[in-house]
Design a protein around this ligand. Structure first.
Ligand code: NAP
Length: 488
């Protein structure tokens, strides 16, 4: 795709900028500026909802709930299937929009469109497979009937790093289950969700079923929605810090919550690993999305017998990556999201080098415009360095070593997070022992990516509650009702 200034402005102009409430596009008095992180320039200004407008969006979701729950599952499924097809047809537009507002290279943005659209296809198939049970009580007589019902209006809050997929992963199962929704994308990347809302209308989603609010005051607008007794479900993807606060707010209405929070993934390479596979896996696990992924490998824990070779090969591959604006041909590493992200990465790297780590490649910002940081590998990082305990969210790979399997597992589990871990070994016994011992919701065995719409994505410990995708995903939007039946 050739991207010109004309293509960019035509696309950005075509995106609705208002709030999407009850099927209408509602303008607001103020606006939220959306910046292009590759240039620091303002791309567009979208609506800035007030708390009252947030409540109006919830009103619309509440009003639409009864009819949507009563809509035939096949109809809900077919609307989702249509949305899947429309997303594919509009793949170039969605990819370019994500590159512009978030920074990821176009090829990766395209990958996200495929991944994000797939949640609609998956849940279009799940919509018609919602089923209960019928059984005989162990003591006989009574019959036990369980039925599944939509939980009710949901509120979804999504982050900036996967502007499309983090939304479709929530909207897909909600629509399939018969739940209406208010969705609030991150202020830094609202355009993708707004374009998605337009596509959902085209796919046949009725007014009020999916409402979108954008705002510069996420806390002020979200809290009244979360505390409103008509809301029944909160689904959040973002940092653990904000997630904790939202769980507290949800306690008041005893909301059903799904929390996809931060990660600190260990990437463990055993002495018997196939190093070609391990380095390929490391490139994916570290560099996907510029390192700005909750699943990003945050700590490389490598057996002492192969650590030097692994670090050298990883440095060579990372050092050769092309850094630049995501819309440029051949770029593999786009900008970080903002100056705060650059500051955080810079701080973590200097803390590690102060503690004795060596910079094998990178270790600095790139260019004088936008927020670029060079792919970086740090060797001999002491396990006490901050880079091992905090989420890096950038293209930095710290490497430390271990001697025994027990030590590797202890290091891997030495974190409050538990989203995903990666392990590389050619020994099947070790692979299963390690997969069982890792305290995470997901494990990548000899592979550097675990995201898959057909699999249950989610974490344990401070990485969250609940699962998205797979057979589990729709359950987050369903309640189980049991009916005891006395047979005369
Ligand atoms: P964040 O600061 O927690 O923001 C996430 C969302 O929460 C944004 O929409 C944000 O809106 C909103 N928000 C912030 N403060 C809020 C408040 N007080 N009340 C209600 N909403 C609030 O996280 P982020 O920096 O966007 O995303 C990065 C984090 O997400 C990382 O920790 C990453 O690991 C995590 N993540 C997890 C997963 C997963 O599946 N486990 C996937 C992707 C990302 P504004 O930005 O507009 O304030």
């Amino acid at each position: 795709m050739t991207v010109t200034a004309g293509t960019v402005s035509a696309l950005v102009d075509s995106v609705p900028k208002g709030l999407h409430i009850g099927g209408e596009w509602v303008p607001t008095t103020g606006g939220v500026e959306v910046e292009n992180p590759a240039t620091g320039e303002v791309l567009a200004t979208v609506a800035d909802a007030t708390p009252e407008q947030g409540k109006q969006a919830l009103d619309a979701a509440v009003t639409a709930q009864k009819d949507w729950a009563a809509t035939d599952p096949r109809v809900r499924g077919e609307i989702l299937r249509k949305a899947f097809e429309l997303l594919q047809q509009r793949a170039d537009d969605f990819a370019l929009l994500m590159t512009l507002e978030m920074g990821k290279p176009l090829a990766e943005a395209r990958g996200e469109v495929t991944y994000g659209a797939e949640f609609f296809r998956w849940f279009s198939e799940e919509a018609v497979r919602i089923a209960g049970r019928y059984s005989v009580a162990p003591s006989g007589g009574t019959r036990l009937l369980t039925m599944k019902q939509p939980v009710g209006p949901a509120f979804a809050i999504t982050p900036w790093n996967f502007p499309l997929a983090m939304g479709t992963r929530k909207i897909g199962p909600a629509i399939a289950a018969g739940c209406t929704m208010v969705i609030k994308p991150a202020a830094q990347t609202p355009l993708t969700t707004l374009l998605l809302a337009q596509v959902l209308v085209e796919a046949g989603v009725p007014a009020g079923v999916v409402n979108v609010i954008t705002t510069s005051s996420s806390g002020r607008v979200s809290e009244p929605i979360i505390r409103d007794p008509r809301l029944r479900k909160l689904t959040f993807t973002g940092s653990t810090e904000v997630g904790r606060r939202l769980i507290e707010q949800s306690a008041q209405q005893v909301l059903k919550v799904s929390m996809e929070l931060g990660g600190n993934a260990p990437f463990v390479v055993f002495g018997d690993a196939n190093l070609d596979r391990a380095v390929d896996g490391a490139m994916l696990a570290k560099m996907r999305n510029i390192g700005e992924a909750c699943t990003a490998a945050n700590r490389f824990i490598v057996h002492e017998s192969v650590a030097e070779e692994f670090a050298a090969r990883l440095s060579e591959r990372m050092g050769a990556m092309k850094v630049g604006p995501g819309i440029d041909d051949g770029v593999q590493v786009g900008p970080l999201i903002d100056q705060a992200a650059i500051d955080k990465v810079t701080e973590l790297v200097s803390d590690a080098t102060d503690a004795g780590a060596t910079v094998l490649t990178g270790g600095k910002t790139v260019g004088d415009k936008g927020y670029f940081y060079a792919p970086t590998v740090l060797g001999n990082v002491p396990a006490s360095a901050r880079v091992f305990s905090e989420e890096i969210f950038g293209p930095v790979a710290p490497v430390t070593t271990f001697t025994t399997d027990d030590e590797a597992i202890e290091l891997a589990n030495r974190t409050e997070f538990g989203l995903v871990a990666y392990a590389f070994t050619e020994n099947v016994n070790r692979a299963f022992r390690v997969a069982e011992a890792l305290e995470t919701g997901m494990v990548g065995l000899n592979q550097g990516i675990v995201s898959n719409p057909a699999a249950p994505f989610g974490g344990v410990k401070a990485s969250g509650i609940g699962r998205e995708g797979g057979a589990e995903g729709i359950e987050e939007y369903l309640e189980t009702k049991y009916v005891g039946i006395a047979l005369g």
